[in-house]
Design a binder for this molecule. Structure first.
Ligand SMILES: NC(=O)c1ccc[n+]([C@@H]2O[C@H](COP(=O)([O-])OP(=O)(O)OC[C@H]3O[C@@H](n4cnc5c(N)ncnc54)[C@H](OP(=O)(O)O)[C@@H]3O)[C@@H](O)[C@H]2O)c1
Length: 278
C-alpha cells in the first residue's frame, strides 16, 4: 500500500511517514550505511527527510546530500535553524550554510528548532525573505506550545506550515490542547521520536498487539502516530531492517480493540501539561 499523505496549508501533499537523521553524520565509518538507509527509505516512499544544522554540527545534512544525490526532486527536505541563529540576518546566513552542506538550491521546509530569544517576528521576516528568494519553499516551527503558537500568529506568522513536536504513545500530552489548536488552523504536526528513540520497540503491551498483526512493537508505535490524518511521523533508522519495518508500518490498520488497548496502556491526557522536548 502506498504511504498516506498529509496536506500542507499550501495544498501540497507530503508522505505521512518520513525519515529522521538525528545522530547521523557523527562518524565517517557509518557514513555509507547512513546514506544507504536513507536511500532505501526513499525507494520505499519515505521521501520526506528531516535534518537540522544542529545534528552532528552539519554532518547529518551532508549525509542527506549524498542520499539525495541524483534524485533531489524525489525528496522533500526539512531542515532547522538553531534559535540563536534565528535573527533577521542570522537565519538567512544559517540557511545558506545548510544549502551548501545539503548541496541543493532549496530546502522544502525550514523550521525554527525551538523557541529562542530573538523576537519571533524577526525570524518570520527572515523566513519570508528566504521564501521570496526561493531558498526555502515553506517554513514552520518546532517545539512550540499553544502560547508560543499564539505569539507566532500575533507576530505575523500566519504562513506557518508545520509544528514539529515530540509525539508517541508515551508522550501524548500534546493531544490535550496543542493538537486541537493546530487542527483548527489546518497546520500539520510532525511527530518526532515516534518510537521514543527505540524504547517502544521493547514494550510488552505493544508486543502483544504486534503479534496479532504479524508486526513488531515499533511498527505498532508508528501505526499509532499515523492514526491522525494531520501527522507526519519521522522515525530515524540506520539499520536496513528497521527502515523496511518502518515503511511497512504504513500498511498496518489498527482495530478499535487495538486502539482501546493502547488507550488503557498509554492513557490520553486529561489535563494540560508542559510541552515535553528531547
Ligand atoms: N525537533 C526536534 O527537537 C527533534 C528532537 C528529536 C528528534 N527529532 C527528529 O525526529 C527524528 C526521529 O526521532 P529520534 O531519532 O529521536 O527517535 P526515534 O525515531 O523514535 O528512534 C530512533 C531509534 O530507534 C531505532 N529504531 C528505528 N526504527 C526501529 C524499528 N523498526 N525497530 C526497532 N528500533 C528502531 C533506531 O535504530 P537504528 O538507527 O539503529 O536503526 C534508533 O536507535 C530524529 O532523527 C530527528 O530527525 C527532532
Amino acid at each position: 500500500m502506498p504511504i498516506g499523505r498529509v496536506r500542507l496549508p499550501s495544498g501540497e501533499h507530503v508522505p505521512a511517514l518520513g525519515q529522521g537523521t538525528w545522530k547521523m553524520g557523527e562518524s565517517a565509518r557509518l557514513h555509507a550505511d547512513e546514506v544507504r538507509a536513507l536511500q532505501l527509505g526513499l525507494d520505499l516512499g519515505m521521501t520526506l527527510i528531516d535534518t537540522a544544522e544542529m545534528y552532528a554540527d552539519g554532518g547529518a545534512e551532508k549525509v542527506v546530500a549524498d542520499a539525495v544525490a541524483g534524485r533531489r526532486d524525489e525528496a522533500f527536505i526539512v531542515s532547522k535553524v538553531y534559535p540563536h541563529n534565528a535573527s533577521r540576518t542570522g537565519a538567512i546566513a544559517a540557511c545558506e550554510r545548510s544549502l551548501k552542506r545539503l548541496k541543493t538550491d532549496r530546502i522544502d521546509l525550514y523550521l525554527l528548532h525551538w523557541p529562542g530569544n530573538h523576537p519571533i517576528g524577526d525570524t518570520v521576516a527572515a523566513f519570508e525573505t528566504l521564501k521570496r528568494d526561493g531558498k526555502i519553499r515553506h517554513w514552520g516551527v518546532s517545539n512550540f506550545d499553544v502560547g508560543e503558537m499564539d505569539e507566532l500568529i500575533e507576530a505575523g506568522g500566519q504562513n506557518v506550515a508545520a509544528n514539529q513536536v515530540l509525539y508517541n504513545l508515551t508522550r501524548r500530552g500534546v493531544e490535550y490542547d496543542l493538537f486541537p489548536w493546530l487542527a483548527e488552523r489546518k497546520v500539520p504536526i510532525m511527530a518526532y521520536s515516534p518510537v521514543e528513540q527505540g524504547r517502544l520497540a521493547h514494550n510488552r503491551e505493544l508486543s502483544r498487539i504486534a503479534e496479532t498483526h504479524h508486526a513488531t512493537p515499533a511498527q505498532i508505535a508508528l501505526a499509532f502516530t499515523l492514526l491522525r490524518d494531520d501527522v507526519i511521523s519521522i522515525p530515524k533508522a540506520t539499520a536496513l531492517d528497521h527502515v523496511r519495518e518502518n515503511a511497512a508500518a504504513a500498511d498496518i490498520v489498527l482495530t478499535s480493540d487495538d486502539t482501546a488497548a493502547l488507550d488503557r496502556a498509554f492513557p490520553a491526557p486529561r489535563r494540560k501539561s508542559g510541552l515535553e522536548m528531547l
